[in-house]
Design a protein around this ligand. Sequence first.
Ligand SMILES: C[S@@+](CC[C@H](N)C(=O)[O-])C[C@H]1O[C@@H](n2cnc3c(N)ncnc32)[C@H](O)[C@@H]1O
Ligand code: SF4
Length: 296
Amino acid sequence: MYPLSYTEPVFRPPSEWKSLILQVTNGCSWNKCTFCDMYTSDNKKFKPKKPELIEQELVTIAESNLPVGRVFLADGDAMMLPFNRLKEILLLIKQYFPQVTRISSYCLPRNLTNKTVEQLTELRALGLSLLYVGCESGDDEVLNLIEKGESYQSSLVALTKIKQAGMKSSVMILNGLGGPKLSKQHAINSARLMNEAQPDFLSTLVVSFPLGEERFASNFNGDYRQLNQQELFQEMSTLLQALELDKTIFRSDHASNYLVLKGILGKDKQQLLDKVNMAITQPQQIPLRQEWQRGL
Ligand SMILES: C[S@@+](CC[C@H](N)C(=O)[O-])C[C@H]1O[C@@H](n2cnc3c(N)ncnc32)[C@H](O)[C@@H]1O
Ligand code: SF4
């Protein structure tokens, strides 16, 4: 445990469990996506942290001699910080922890609109090598309904810039996001976006509503309900069938999923599809997470 005082709650991608979580901002500057309650409590109003405070925290951690190999910049969209501020933070990390091998952050596509590929390349050279992008869907109708403030095109532009800068991208797609009515187009257009962008990592989570689904469903004019297990598997099958990826690490192992899927796409596509089809046709033959084992 690091000797830092966080403004809770703090979220991080599952794969950052070993990383130092450095809170360089509090909350999310957008905070409007209708499925996301992560930063809605009063103490999570968006605010960048002053560089002096960030430096103080780095000094404290350095003095504690705890090993730091990776750093994750929190909270929800640290990449909204301007280029110069990000550069300053990365230089501080380098100064106190020259041995760090990876710095990563969540990133909204529009966080990159005012950053050039040259600037991103400079940030990459300073250690920022992985960005987690919550695309959630490649379908513009779904993206409008969830108030993501992004589109197929804006997502593609950002993912392309990340690649051009030599960084890696890890994309999140939310299973069940369009309800039954938009399930097929959500899956097909999400696959289309991934095929064009060819991200390094792709993970799918099942959309869930621990605080209730009213806010989310209110945009759907009565046309939304959560997909049942079988419908979620159907949507996953449609997505996998339409994915044409060369070398993307695919994970559907987040605690929100009923069925755990892991592999490299394209090479493992058929094997993953077989597993999903098995879950559809013979669910009793395959280990599925029970409701109580699921969570966000
Ligand atoms: C902490 S958020 C930060 C992501 C970043 N702000 C972005 O939009 O790219 C990380 C991810 O958690 C997932 N998430 C948020 N709320 C969720 C929910 N209600 N159900 C399932 N996944 C959710 C979304 O995929 C989201 O992109
Ligand atoms: S999904 Fe990301 S952008 Fe949307 S409200 Fe949550 S943290 Fe903010």
